[in-house]
Design a protein around this ligand. Sequence first.
Ligand code: XMP
Length: 563
Amino acid sequence: MTETAALPPQTVLVFDFGAQYGQLIARRVRDLHVYSEIVPCDVTADEVRAMHPAAIILSGGPASVYADDAPSVDAGIFELGIPVLGFCYGQQIMAVTLGGAVGHTEKGEYGPAPLMRLDGVCGEEAGAEAEAVVPRSELLGDTPCSQTVWMSHRDAVSEVPEGFVVTSRTDVCPVASMECPERRLYATQFHPEVRHTPYGNDMLKNFLFDICGLEQSWTMDSIIEDSVAAIREQVGTDRVILGLSGGVDSSVVAALCAEAIGKQLTCVFVNHGLLRKNEPEEVEEVFTNQFDVDFVHVHAEDRYAELLAGVTEPEKKRRIIGEQFWKEFFAVAEELADDGRPVKFLAQGTIYPDIIESGARKTGGKASTIKSHHNLIPFPDGVHFELIEPLDHFFKDEVRALGTALGLPDHIVHRQPFPGPGLAIRIIGEVTPEKLEILKNADAIVREELDAYNESLFEQTGVRGGELPRDEAGGPEVERPVWQYFAVLPDVRSVGVMGDERTYQRPIILRAVESSDAMTADWAKLPYEVLARVSSRIVAEVQGVNRVAYDITSKPPATIEWE
Ligand code: XMP
């Protein structure tokens, strides 16, 4: 619990009961400019009191409240006088903890469901049941008497705790929401945090601003101010090296650290030979000419090639690359320390989705390991740093907004994500110089063509690839810019014919996705002309490739990268 020691005032704590997208709740709250953080669900009432949160939200979760290993909640949190809002499992756990009951509904309820409010304000629509409940639900506020909500449950509250009233129901679920305004306890069986509950955001606003009386104080300026102050406090007069990739995350950390500690910072760019065409040169140019920071370019290409020879298993590749990153940084730190001033800290651009997918290192939550992000692998023997990770609670689009607020140029802020292990996880099977050459050349064409496509859309719509898709931003449905795009080299060959000759060469897979935070993604519905141009250029210009395929899978069930 150390990281929650100094929470900003007016923090909303989200208790994580293992919800698949639990972090979305914190995200929605922060979108409303209120700071929010996730804590494990077994945090005690005493620990919560010490954190002084302004409100608590209990997330959903996959368990049944009566299962043997079902997560519970310290009943004391309901006695702290802090407003509490529960969603789904959060409603059920609130009910059973406070003396109500949960039962199996006859059939499960998954997806959109019509909701009927039962509070008095809905008059006749609420029917006779309205007489038994509150005149107006504080949580449901001005939202319509009949509306659609998103459900995903089998169990449901069958009996509300004493002092609670039922404020809405669906055909299947008799207690779709309940509240006890005197104690400021509220809960819904449905999910207000997902976009498919159209009035969910209004309910969240009712809770945060009307019920809890919070202010919209979590803004980019305050984030920068707080982060800079926190870095200064953590570092004191010590020295820091920063693992710089040239991507938006590490560049934003560089800008924050430069502002906080100036020349105590050295940016280290490890070139592992797995970067995109021309990338090392571009990063060096930006960080030597456009930034006033100390910059070290480490040429580690040969060391990585040797380490990766013969390795085919994705997690093994990730581990080797991640461990070697630490060793390279440590070697630079030791060299710098020759002047008698040791380097105590390593700063890096870890963001929240990295942590979630690597198995919830800090959140203490229950998410499983999908893939080990290079920056979250344990230090090997002999390497030690204290870490500075100012972005470890932020989503990609929040980091971009931060970059803009810090004055970083657009071409850095809107750079697409590029994984730390680089092209090694886009070459399926062993990484060899020949495959690297093919992939770099094919990828350069993909980027050239899709950069141009994105740019043409930007001119028409004013929306960039790194920004929210139009429908999420509330605008009309238009052709959307692509969020991330690249080439993948699978470990197969196929037969083709070129200039009357049989070929037996490699295919390239085009991956292009729409997303806003990399947690979920959909394949981009690219126009046929764009697909055709990418395909014919790759086959004509890249030696060793005779076929191009397009990956049309969303995340989930796939991930964005192939390994
Ligand atoms: P997946 O493949 O998990 O990727 O859907 C989600 C986003 O994260 C990027 N990615 C990484 N970024 N280090 C990084 O810095 C990594 O090890 C890593 N693995 C995936 C990926 O490009 C996508 O944007």
